[in-house]
Design a protein around this ligand. Structure first.
Ligand SMILES: Nc1ncnc2c1ncn2[C@@H]1O[C@H](COP(=O)(O)OP(=O)(O)OP(=O)(O)O)[C@@H](O)[C@H]1O
Ligand SMILES: [Mg+2]
Length: 260
């Protein structure tokens, strides 16, 4: 029997984390955990500290007080088993490298020899639907393709945890839904833990096992919503379920109050 999400060890744990920039408190006593294999989405008004929390989980920003632990260890800096997908795919990719070359970069960084790299890259590109675009440069690809490429590069790291900061925010609705489903199937296959920041309430519910709602000034927990919707999720039927609609209303009310 697989253990329920609630009983699995946390992959990400924030304990009483606080941070200030200058004399302005940005995050205050933030505590939450994300179980191994869980998808936790984070929503909250602009400026409430979502990206800051993600950068802390990445080991890029140290808390002033409290503790951030990933995979059971307090973070001292970035880790190779934690990958980050940025919103701005244009800046995240190397323009002078092809799709294959960009994925290769992640493998080079972890010291995989050239002849082994070749065998690993094409299956990764195939997994994100870019098999026939391996020799294209990022500028020759659409936004959705570039974001797929960034995801392939992250997967090359074989991460246990993926941190995503509004990764689909700049994409049109159809491309966005396609990538949501690809991400869900990859995560279901690999058991990767996902920390997913989004502005989109429906995206948070559709993807998440739980949604962490943050309040601003300073950034802190407002409410954590458990998303008990069955998996696999479906863009039509899941979004039509009464439970989905009830959650949509609850999150909408939460954001509306948080922005006041
Ligand atoms: N390096 C920095 N120096 C000073 N202030 C910062 C820095 N980074 C973030 N902030 C401030 O911290 C607060 C939280 O920023 P953060 O980027 O985490 O918000 P966010 O929730 O991701 O917002 P958005 O939804 O607009 O992306 C903001 O008020 C921001 O101005
Ligand atoms: Mg942000």
């Amino acid at each position: 029997m697989t253990p329920s999400l609630a009983t699995r060890r946390p992959a990400i744990a924030f304990e009483d984390v606080s941070l200030a920039y200058g004399n302005r408190a940005v995050i205050s006593e933030l505590s939450f955990s994300v179980a191994s294999g869980e998808i936790a989405c984070v929503i909250g008004p602009s400026g409430c500290g979502k990206t800051t929390a993600l950068r802390m989980a990445a080991g890029l920003v140290r808390p002033a007080s409290g503790n951030v632990a990933v995979l059971g260890k307090s973070l001292a800096g970035p880790r190779r088993d934690v990958a980050i997908v940025f919103q701005d795919y244009g800046k995240a990719l190397l323009p002078w490298r092809t799709a294959r070359g960009n994925v290769s970069l992640a493998l080079e960084a972890i010291g995989i020899p050239a002849r082994e790299r070749a065998d690993m890259i094409d299956p990764l590109l195939a997994k994100v639907g870019l098999a026939s675009h391996a020799d294209k440069y990022p500028t020759e690809m659409s936004g959705g393709m570039q974001q797929r490429l960034q995801i392939a590069r992250c997967l090359a790291q074989k991460p246990d945890v993926i941190l995503m900061d509004e990764p689909f925010g700049a994409l049109d609705a159809m491309t966005r839904q396609g990538l949501q489903d690809e991400m869900l199937s990859i995560v279901a296959e690999t058991g990767t833990t996902v920390f997913f920041v989004t502005h989109d309430i429906e995206e948070a519910i559709y993807l998440g096992d739980k949604v962490i709602g943050l309040l601003p000034n300073p950034g802190r927990i407002g409410q954590v919503f458990d998303i008990g919707l069955p998996r696999p999720r479906n863009q039509l039927t899941t979004r039509e379920m009464p439970e989905f609609l009830a959650l949509r209303r609850a999150l909408f009310d939460f954001i509306e109050k948080a922005e006041q």
